[in-house]
Design a protein around this ligand. Structure first.
Ligand code: CP
Ligand code: NVA
Length: 306
């Protein structure tokens, strides 16, 4: 039984499929879960901006009968006003769960180690596991299976890419990260994903050429070129990522029924053009909706017995 949801690496293939199944049940019959976390409280700490994650956790917590407490950097300032440990030791006396969006992944894992209540990673510089879970529910709804399908991530080998790569490899989907040289995903994550893929008889590749990468793709996914916290690098990144834009021409090289995915927020005209993100192949708002159902599943799984 897992205590926390911090990294896709910590969850087995069976556990990830169980989360997808539970998400489908909750999505189909939300009324059955109205009291799943009745009377509980959940602290949601956001040290970075958020639309989707903030709203879906708030709404999801209410829909499960619990109460969210939203805390920003201006309120608590993790590790600055007081230590991460002390913040956690206070919070665990009052709440049954903690959701945290922060910078260093270590802040998130340190917090989880300090407390007895579940901690959910709502994005760090290293991973975005809630995003990956919502996205793979979306892929499953559209394709009904993962095995043998090709998932291509085009752009920056960032937090979202790391979580997607781990998830794909654990559920047996072939994964390609297509990035400019120097922006490849984390080496250790690639190693872990490759080991997981081997067990599932699937593949994980890193390719620098976008045209080569998207051939026969079932899914093309992209994300912003400069993530939150990398604002100072934006100009340099714009130049380095220019030929990694997902536009109609690149998208047309994938399978004709390929879907387009993006975690959002999108920078239209940069990593993706309007004719792709607004096309009939785009499922970006289904992904956003599924954040709600999948995060409710994670909370039910982790917090029901707390
Ligand atoms: N995709 C996602 O996590 O969006 P927010 O940053 O708006 O939460
Ligand atoms: N990679 C992006 C994802 C936002 C949801 C970031 O970290 O800013």
């Amino acid at each position: 039984m897992k205590k926390d949801f911090l990294s896709i690496a910590d969850w087995s293939t069976d556990e990830l499929f169980e989360l997808i199944d539970l998400s489908k049940k909750i999505k189909k019959n939300p009324e059955d879960y109205r009291q799943a976390l009745q009377g509980k409280s959940v602290a949601t700490i956001f040290e970075k901006q958020s639309l989707r994650t903030h709203v879906t956790f708030d709404v999801g917590i209410y829909q499960l009968g619990a109460h969210p407490i939203y805390l920003t950097q201006a309120d608590i300032s993790l590790g600055k006003r007081e230590s991460v440990y002390d913040t956690g030791k206070n919070l665990e006396r009052w709440v049954e769960g903690i959701v945290v969006r922060t910078y260093a992944h270590k802040t998130c894992t340190d917090l989880a180690k300090s407390v007895k209540v579940p901690v959910i990673n709502a994005l760090t510089d290293f991973e975005h596991p809630c995003q990956a879970l919502g996205d793979f529910l979306t892929v499953h709804e559209k394709m009904w299976s993962f095995s043998g399908k090709k998932f291509v991530f085009v752009g920056d080998g960032n937090n979202v890419c790391n979580s997607l790569m781990l998830f794909a490899s654990k559920v047996g989907m072939n994964f390609v990260a297509c990035t400019p040289k120097g922006y490849e995903p984390d080496k250790n994550v690639f190693k872990a994903a490759s080991a997981a893929a081997k067990k599932m008889s699937s593949t994980v590749q890193i390719i620098n050429d976008p045209k080569e990468a998207v051939k026969h793709a079932d899914v093309i996914y992209t994300d912003v070129w400069a993530s939150m916290g990398q604002e100072a690098e934006k100009e340099e990144r714009m130049k380095n990522f220019k030929s990694y834009q997902v536009n109609k021409k690149l998208f047309s090289l994938a399978k004709s029924d390929a879907i387009f995915m993006h975690c959002l927020p999108a920078h239209r005209g940069e990593e993706v053009t309007n004719d792709v993100i607004d096309s009939k192949n785009s499922v970006v708002f289904d992904e956003a909706e599924n954040r709600l159902h999948t995060q409710k599943a994670v909370m039910v799984k982790l917090m029901k017995e707390v």
